[in-house]
Design a protein. Sequence first.
Length: 380
Amino acid sequence: MDLFEYQGKQYFARYGISVSPGDVADTLEEAVAVAARVGYPVVVKAQVKVGGRGKAGGVKLAANEAEVRQHAGSILGLNIKGHVVKRLWIEHASDIAKEYYASFTLDRPNKKHLGMLSAQGGVEIEVVAEQDPDAIAMISIDPLRGLDLATARAWVDEARLDEPAREQAAVLLVQLYECYTKGDCDLTEVNPLILTPQGQVHALDAKVTLDDNAAYRHPEWDEFRATETEDPREKMAKEKGLNYIGLDGEVGIIANGAGLAMSTLDVVNQVGGSAANFLDIGGGANADVMAAALEVINADPKVKAIFVNIFGGITRVDEVAKGVLEALGRVHIASPIVLRLDGTNAAEGRAILAPHLNENLITEPTMLDAARRAVALAKA
Ligand code: GDP
Ligand code: MN
């Protein structure tokens, strides 16, 4: 799970990492109130889970209330790479002497952690990596040994951070590593990590990805989860444990396997329709999963037809067919369902459904036929 910047900064603060005082605001009035509290000048920052907010106009300095109103007004509702800004983070503005870059991520092939540190921060690290790869000091950290202060000191020397920043940066890197490991993160990134003209080292941005496999030991992550997705359909799907992504079209899609689900979207597009969602019910789809999938799609008012595309492998089509019938007995489905059933036990599956077929429960022999039928029904 990715965190918003403000959540990442809250997470950092637990490990003693220096961040600016600030608060979230969802309206102009809240923004003004927060700014007054943290003290001018302030930075008004779009809270979206995508990088490059600064370049997109989502990060603005404000010296007074009028400027807070102006910038908060322009940033709220702004669309940054497909993410609409609904929330702002307002913090006391920092003076910047230097911008650095620091991060920890997994180095999977080597079974180590990878630390990256650069005296060239504030720009995308991919750009630095391409134009001046020597400007990034990388260290490989054995998870059993961890990162001690002596190693961090050598690391900041190697990265040639400015002298006044080195000791504080070394301490901060150890804290960031603690946050990354004890906090069960897949990524902690600070860009920029700054040195102020007053000689303070400070995290000005926070990018944190939590390792969902560790969620069981972090009940406190629930508050992050609450803001994770604003799409009510995705929220509902998540609660039911489904792999679902909401889209804008009118044909609801259920497929087994991510690859087949993707192809199903393509085929629906190819015949002139558009998908309402991506939904992979995975292997061994039983009645519970099918009922949950149909329920989530049914709750989407844009859906006008449902295309169930199953290619049985380990998943047996007769089980899927039973699942569909059981699901239909449990939930009332508003849209017609078109099924394409192929693969393991397909004939048995079709036989199970045969007595129940009607204008709202239809089977088609091929994926293309089924897509055409579903799209036609959606447009009817
Ligand atoms: P990003 O563009 O999404 O990575 O957002 P950042 O939080 O990194 O902000 C982008 C840029 O805005 C930073 O690299 C800084 O140059 C600038 N910025 C952010 N906060 C401050 C601040 O408190 N003071 C000043 N002077 N500049 C800031
Ligand atoms: Mn940044």
